[in-house]
Design a protein around this ligand. Structure first.
Ligand code: ZN
Length: 319
C-alpha cells in the first residue's frame, strides 16, 4: 500500500514539473474553476442587452462565496503584502543590482475609422499569462490590435509583456488587483482594486491606462458603479462570450467566434489558455479576411466612454 501511495506522489510531482506550474499560473488556474462553478448554469450572454443584464444579475446573485474563496487562494499563493515585498526587495538588494529600466514605450499611430469599416474588439482577461505574448505576436503579424484586461497582482512580474502590449498598439486595462468579486467588498476597496492596477500599468509603461476597467466575473452592483463614477472610469463587459475557460477546444472557439462576429462587437477571451491561443492562430487572420478591423476597446468606444456607465458593445450601453 505504501508503495502505491509513493508511486502516486511521484506521478503527481512529475506532472507538476512537466506542466511547469508556477505560483502565478496556479493563481490563475484557481480563477477558472471559480468561473466554471459560478457560470455553469448562467444563461449565455446574447447580443440583446436584456439577456446580458439578466446574466449579470445572475452572476451578482451567485458569485459571492466561490469568488471570495478563490481570491483568498490567490492571496495565499501570490504574495503581495507589504511585508513580503519588503523582504524580497531586501534579498534582491543584497544579491543583485537593480534591473535596468525598460526602454520607453511608444504608442503606434492608429488610423481613423473609414465609413464602411467593420470594427471588432477582441479582449483577453486574467493575464498577463503564459500565452499573452503569442497572441500579441499573432496580432502583430496579421495587423490587428486587442485589449488585455490584466490582473494587477501579476503585472510587476510581467513588465516586459505589459510594455510589449502597448508598443504593439494594443492596450492594457485593469481587471482589478486581486480578481476579487467587487460586489463583495466596500466602495473604498473597489476603488483601490481599480486604481492600484491602473497605477501599476502607468508606472511600468509611462502611458496612462484607458479610462475603463472590467470587473472580475463581470460582476457589478450600484456600489461598484458609484466607485467607478467617482474615480472617473467606465465599466466594459462584452456581448460575445465563447466561454473559452469552459470549452478548452480551439476548433469550437474558432467556430463560435466566426459565427457570432459582428460590427461593433466586444468578444471575451482569456490569454491564460493554450486552446485560446491556438484558436487565435485562425480567428485573427480569418476575421481580418472577412473584412473586420481588429481594434482596441478605446478605438471602438472612443469618446462615448463615460464614467460609471456599462458597455457591452459599441451599440449596447447601460446608463
Ligand atoms: Zn477574470
Amino acid at each position: 500500500m505504501r508503495k502505491i501511495i509513493t508511486g502516486i506522489l511521484i506521478i503527481i510531482t512529475a506532472v507538476s514539473v512537466v506542466t511547469g506550474c508556477s505560483k502565478a499560473e496556479n493563481a490563475a488556474d484557481y480563477i477558472a474553476p471559480a468561473l466554471a462553478s459560478i457560470s455553469a448554469d448562467e444563461p449565455t450572454m446574447q447580443e440583446e442587452e436584456p439577456a446580458a443584464v439578466q446574466a449579470i444579475a445572475f452572476i451578482e446573485e451567485t458569485a459571492g462565496e466561490t469568488a471570495i474563496e478563490t481570491t483568498e487562494k490567490i492571496t495565499e499563493t501570490t504574495p503581495v503584502t507589504t511585508a513580503a515585498t519588503e523582504a524580497s526587495t531586501e534579498t534582491v538588494a543584497e544579491t543583485a543590482p537593480e534591473p535596468p529600466p525598460l526602454p520607453p514605450v511608444v504608442i503606434p499611430q492608429k488610423p481613423p475609422r473609414a465609413a464602411n469599416d467593420k470594427w471588432l474588439a477582441l479582449t483577453f482577461d486574467d493575464g498577463p499569462g503564459r500565452y499573452t505574448q503569442k497572441i500579441l505576436d499573432l496580432l502583430e503579424y496579421h495587423g490587428g490590435r486587442a485589449t488585455f484586461f490584466v490582473v494587477g497582482a501579476y503585472v510587476w512580474n510581467q513588465r516586459q509583456v505589459i510594455n510589449n502590449i502597448i508598443a504593439q498598439g494594443s492596450e492594457a486595462a485593469g481587471h482589478s488587483w486581486h480578481h476579487y468579486n467587487l460586489t463583495q467588498i466596500d466602495e473604498q476597496a473597489v476603488k483601490d482594486q481599480i486604481t492600484y492596477t491602473d497605477n501599476a500599468i502607468l508606472s511600468i509603461t509611462g502611458v496612462s491606462p484607458p479610462k475603463f476597467f472590467r470587473p472580475p466575473f463581470g460582476a457589478y452592483n450600484n456600489i461598484v458603479r458609484e466607485a467607478a463614477r467617482e474615480i472617473g472610469t467606465a465599466i466594459v463587459l462584452w456581448n460575445i462570450d465563447p466561454r473559452d475557460w469552459q470549452r478548452r477546444d480551439a476548433d469550437y472557439l474558432y467556430d463560435y467566434i466566426m459565427d457570432k462576429a459582428a460590427d461593433g462587437a466586444v468578444i471575451l477571451c482569456h490569454d491564460i489558455y493554450e486552446t485560446t491561443a491556438q484558436a487565435m492562430e485562425r480567428v485573427i487572420p480569418d476575421l481580418i479576411e472577412q473584412g473586420y478591423k481588429l481594434v482596441t476597446v478605446s478605438e471602438l468606444l472612443g469618446e462615448t466612454l463615460t464614467a460609471g456607465l456599462i458597455y457591452y458593445s459599441e451599440k449596447h450601453i447601460l446608463n
